[in-house]
Design a protein. Sequence first.
Length: 445
Amino acid sequence: MTQFEFYKSFQFVLELLLAESMYVFRFRRRKYFWIGMPFAVGACFLVAWLIPVLSDNPFYISVMFLCIFLVTLVMHKMLFDESLLTVAFCCIAGYTTQHLAYELYNIILVVFEYPASSGFYGTGEFAGIFPDLFVAVMYVASYAPVYFVFYMLFSTKLRSREPVKLRSTFIFVLAVSVLIIDIVLNAVVVKTDIAGAKSLRIVIGVYNILCCFLSVFLQFEVSVRKKLENTLDRVEQMWRQASKQYEMSRENIELINMKCHDLKHQVRALGDGKTVSDKELKEIEKQISIYDSSVKTGNDALDVILTEKSLLCNKNGIIINIMADGKRLGFMTKEDIYTLFGNMLDNAIEAVKSVDEDKRTIMLNIKAVGEMLVIRESNHFAEPIIFEHGLPVTKGDQRFHGYGVKSIKYVCDRYDGDLAVNTDKDLFTMNILFPQIAPPKSADR
């Protein structure tokens, strides 16, 4: 085994996996993560070892390293429950980080005029990772600081359970292109006569380092910018919801005032000794029944939102059945309770408005099962439901479509909850499972 074959099969794979891990370790892991990880990592080393070194051609060598990179990308996609675009984004950032550290190490070797055999592309027989202590120290002094700086500058910007937003295809393609060009350029420099020109190798190495840094910087700068835009969209949507909520509250108050006014006159008629027919008595009972909409669950925030939605259901001829142990929601903030159940019931009310009167029913159940809190909401629907990534979306303005469900998902993620949505014929069911011991995550995670 030559020095290069050892580097390709073992050392490069290890460097690449460590660099990629800095960006992906916060992501959602699949259930079999710890069982599958040793096999996946082993498969990466095995594939890298099996890829033959058939030529010293720089382009062949570049393709060989890119193939190894694609294997690690597939590995991370299998281990983490994230989109392929998110995994690719982070793996490209990891490969770029590794390549920058590699370029820095090579520049040090060139500056101190160490022979080519000291580098990783040596063609001699493998006799050890490092020829002497100085080379070993320079290796650590090159890779460790680069990995640490990139971790602090870029990796920390990624948050758990928050997918990377990539709306600029140009930046993504640019990052991939810069990485490929740097890899090919390095292979050309090492494997051609350019390798003998010390000054030129240093210049090209510095150029590659700058390109790698700018590439990762642009990747994460665009991602953060899009995150801010998404936050602004969320604020605008919340403002719209607040305006809508005010209108509904005003309508409910007007409804109560109207009912109270009618009751006042009917009670006055009874006081005057007038005869009241059975029909009129039933009408009075119907009007009084509106006060049954007041809900008491043991949680003030939940009582407010359920009472308000119950009044709205009463107005629209919708029956809402509630079995809720509100005391179990003590681990959630009032704002999150309002957001979660407000969006949940708004969606349900909107759905049952379109069904037959005998199906205008909403079922809401909140109960504790052991150390878990189970929330189940079900209702009938008429309009076809479109699913995207396992969640229903709505038609209309694509900028805000499905925001209600996204808000529910947002709250669920804050408390490490699991959200599942399914349909059975014309019945829609939403199930949420919360570990009650979980504290809320910060809103800016």
